[in-house]
Design a protein around this ligand. Structure first.
Ligand code: XMP
Length: 527
């Protein structure tokens, strides 16, 4: 059993980061909704509890509160932003409605040498006080601390910027230690988790393999498992882990919809079937997919067709494997948290995502999700430890509908072929162009990069002749969470080189443009 930190989520955009930071310090943590019941919290047996930030105001009637048990359990509690405010309110302090929002960088002064901040500082001010560079995002603020608390930090505009009750080990921070803009954020979370909670830093991917293997074996026994392998990181790592655990009891079904990248199907087959010895059924369904997509140009209609066809092909294969009792999926922790939050926020559907997940219940298979507890970076680390090629594990994400959403309008085999070649040139150049300043390749300096096929023709001149051919757009973005993204400022020489190569080598394309839209308002994919 690992020591665990419980994070109660009040709806902040960055709650996930708290869990990630803590896991990076090798302590296991989970996020749950703020209103979980007392029995759950007792059974979870946390070494410490963190109350996240959130969009509400404590001063509003009916705004969320932490369950009382949080303060009665006798474990350290850290309230962050809204978490601090509700802690103050629930323990008898006072929170004031903010008229102005404070957003962004701030310098706070530490007070009273509390055990939380002792020896953590960025610099000293002119009077010799310890100062911290932090990131704030709040409107309301604590006006009176509850009995037993001492002031831990302040700013001129936020006199109670942090508070501490060292006896009960309750702490409140108005700023966000989980974001990297708070320079000592990691030190603060480490102080809380490792020292004040005394959690054992035993969460490690190397050990996790053994644990996960035992768990899978116990769950599955001698039954058979099928898994839809897409070539993406999550399903690949799930396949490698399951193969390690149950060997031949695993059969992977790799549905090739004809909308993959250049040589992708061969790479998947060589990595899994040839190299790792995994049983993989390769279904070339490109003809079916393309015929269903013929004449369809609406993006949502295309996504729905690809999703539905995928399920159909997979199901047909699954039905042939009469032994199979389990369906494995590469669901990862952010998917779990996101779907738990769904409906609550009433978010709009911008695009209907298709993943290998979401296969129908009519398969009558039990669900196996061996990566359910892991964040993406943990999944990658696990993949490398399991022997997958780092280049595969650290690949940019690729959408389930593949080139189907990168060929604008109607999808045709001929367009897919042109796009695949243009895209491969772009990616190869990003991989081989090293940025002098960082020593990293531009592939590693971008979060996602690809080419998009535009079904419009423009006039060009090549040699002595006029051309009238298609356009390709290049897209490269930098982002941490894919919710917002900036277009990457790729060097002009790199862009020029890619453009020349595409136009010279891919007959049928005579113009290349670069997409300089941020998200929002644009999305990362064009459809
Ligand atoms: P957008 O275009 O919404 O993309 O800004 C955000 C991220 O999601 C990926 N994406 C998908 N991934 N199935 C997936 O598995 C999909 O249907 C899908 N659509 C978009 C996109 O590549 C980007 O990383």
């Amino acid at each position: 059993m690992h020591d665990k930190i419980l994070i109660l989520d009040f709806g902040s955009q960055v709650t996930q980061l708290i869990a990630r930071r803590i896991r990076e310090s090798h302590v296991y943590s989970e996020i749950h909704p703020y209103d979980v019941d007392e029995v759950f919290i007792r059974e979870f047996a946390p070494k410490g509890i963190i109350l996240s930030g959130g969009p509400n105001s404590v001063t509003e009637a009916g705004s969320p509160r932490a369950p009382q048990i949080v303060f009665d359990l006798g474990v350290p509690v850290l309230g962050i932003c809204y978490g601090m405010q509700t802690m103050a309110d629930q323990l008898g302090g006072k929170v004031e409605l903010g008229l102005l929002r404070e957003f962004g960088y701030a310098e706070v002064r530490a007070h009273n040498h509390t055990s939380f901040l002792n020896d953590i500082e960025d610099f000293r001010d002119a009077d010799g006080h310890g100062m911290l560079k932090v990131w704030m995002s709040h409107g309301d603020k604590v006006a009176d601390m509850p009995a037993g608390f001492r002031l831990m930090a302040s700013t001129p505009s936020c006199p109670i910027a942090a508070m501490a009750d060292d006896e009960r080990r309750f702490y409140g921070l108005q700023w966000h230690p989980e974001v990297t803009h708070t320079v000592q954020g990691r030190a603060m979370l480490d102080r809380f988790v490792l020292e004040l909670c005394g959690a054992n830093p035993d969460w490690e991917m190397g050990h996790y393999i053994d644990e996960a293997v035992d768990k899978i074996r116990e769950q599955v026994g001698d039954e058979h498992v099928i898994l839809g392998l897409s070539g993406g990181v999550d399903s690949s790592v799930a396949a490698a882990l399951l193969h390690r655990a149950i060997g031949d009891q695993l059969t992977c079904v790799f549905v090739d919809h004809g909308l993959l990248r250049l040589n992708e199907a061969e790479q998947v087959m060589s990595t899994f079937a040839d190299h790792l010895g995994v049983k993989v059924i390769h279904v070339d369904a490109s003809a079916e997919f393309l015929s269903k997509l013929a004449g369809v140009s609406d993006p949502e209609a295309k996504r729905k067709i690809i999703g539905a066809e995928f399920v159909e092909v997979f199901q047909a294969e699954a039905n042939k494997l009469t032994d199979a009792k389990w369906l494995a999926q590469g669901t990862i922790y952010p998917d779990v948290i996101e779907s738990a939050g769904k409906g609550k926020k009433g978010a709009h559907t911008i695009k209907s995502h298709h993943n290998v997940g979401g296969l129908p219940e009519t398969l009558n298979l039990k669900l196996l999700e061996p990566l359910r507890e892991l964040f993406k970076d943990e999944v990658r680390e696990l993949g490398v430890k399991l022997g997958l090629p780092p280049a595969m594990v650290y690949r940019h994400p690729f959408p389930g509908p593949g080139l189907g959403v990168r060929i604008l309008g109607e999808v045709k085999r001929e367009f897919a072929e042109l796009l695949r070649r243009a895209d491969a040139i772009f990616i190869e150049t990003l991989r081989t162009t090293i940025d002098q300043e960082t020593g990293k390749s531009w592939y590693d300096l971008t979060s996602q990069a690809f080419a998009v096929f535009l079904p419009v023709k423009s006039v060009g001149v090549m040699g002595d002749g006029r051309t009238y051919e298609y356009v390709v757009a290049l897209r490269a973005v930098q982002t941490l969470d894919f919710m917002t993204a900036q277009w990457a400022h790729l060097p002009h020489e790199l862009l020029g080189h890619v453009s020349n190569r595409i136009i010279n080598e891919v007959r049928g394309i005579n113009r290349v443009v670069y997409d300089i839209s941020g998200k929002p308002p644009a999305t990362i994919e064009w459809e």
